[in-house]
Design a protein around this ligand. Structure first.
Ligand SMILES: O=C(O)CCC(=O)C(=O)O
Ligand SMILES: [Fe+2]
Length: 302
């Protein structure tokens, strides 16, 4: 009975992941209304409120001088984990970002953004331009903008150019083609790293609060340095999946290791002065190594 219910739930989740991932890949964005429990949303907002109050306005025309931002959201509220580890959203991120050469995802950043009245349109951009690799037909990252307030056309809802993930990765598009992510608080607005977007203009008399959780392929250097944002003394209080998302996991083969081991070794008890370097290879790489050893008569073949 339990197994059947679990299997049904798993296949329901897989179908949902497929639905949202194909919408996202087709249009460059997808909006999931009311994607989190109201009580979690309220608790999260209450915890972040003093940080929004205390944060200084940003400097520079991109961040916006009438906009406040702060990072390290996982340490600002115990509710942040429910957003970072949202089961459906993680499923979508994995579906969109993982492939045979990319076996993990990372939190690319967590960032709270408060756009104040009078803020102008933000410069339209594609977030994956932070990464220097080739562009066009590939996605290195996926963003999730969580609405802490209702997002409206007047208060600076994020804008996106539908289908811009398929257009010239370096080109701008007409202002008139942008749409606003108008959504009730608690909704999640997903957009690809290749999608042209920007913060909206706030013509209302109240600030607009949102929080971005973004995910990138695990072989990339995340925008927000996770090991400084969440050093081992902090990350040891995270659950295993959250710690892995925050960088305490290797991307095969052995990328991001600590003394030849998974960096999660730093989160559990005493760390020995010397650790044993331990292979963490992709299956195809391990096969090649074993094959080589067989052909060359190595004594070390297991
Ligand atoms: O605040 C927003 O709606 C979007 C901000 C954004 O895209 C960015 O700063 O990269
Ligand atoms: Fe952006």
């Amino acid at each position: 009975m339990f197994a059947t219910a679990t299997a049904a739930r798993a296949s329901g989740l897989a179908d949902e992941v497929e639905y949202w991932a194909s919408t996202l890949l087709a249009n460059g964005y997808a909006m999931i209304p009311h994607a989190i429990d109201r009580s979690i949303l309220d608790g999260f907002h209450d915890d972040l409120h003093p940080h929004f109050e205390a944060a200084p306005f940003c400097q520079g025309p991109f961040y916006g001088e009438t906009t406040k931002r702060f990072g390290r959201v996982l340490i600002r509220s115990p509710h942040a984990a429910a957003f970072a580890q949202h089961e459906l959203i993680l499923g979508i991120a994995r579906r969109v970002l993982l492939h045979e050469m990319c076996n993990t995802i990372l939190l690319n950043l967590t960032q709270a953004i408060e756009i104040h009245p009078g803020a102008p349109l933000q410069f339209p951009h594609r977030d994956q331009d932070m990464f220097g690799g080739p562009k066009g037909g590939r996605d290195y990252m996926m963003n999730v903008m969580w609405a802490l307030d209702d997002f409206t056309d007047e208060n600076g809802a994020t804008r996106v150019w539908p289908g811009s993930n398929h257009s010239d990765p370096h080109g701008m598009l007409p202002e008139a083609d942008a749409i606003s992510a108008v959504m009730p608080r608690g909704s999640a607005f997903l957009f690809l790293g290749s999608a042209l977007h920007s913060g909206g203009e706030n013509r209302s008399d109240r600030p607009r609060r949102g929080v971005i959780f973004s995910y990138c392929q695990g072989w990339l250097r995340p925008w927000e340095n996770p090991w400084l944002a969440y050093p081992p003394d902090i990350a040891r209080h995270f659950n295993d999946e959250l710690a892995a998302l925050a960088g305490y996991r290797q991307h095969l083969p052995s990328l991001g290791n600590f003394e030849g081991q998974c960096p999660s070794v730093l989160l559990h008890g005493e760390v020995p002065r010397h650790l044993r370097f331990t292979d963490a290879l992709r299956a195809d790489q391990m096969d090649m190594v074993r094959q080589y050893q067989r052909e060359h008569g190595s004594l070390a073949v297991a």
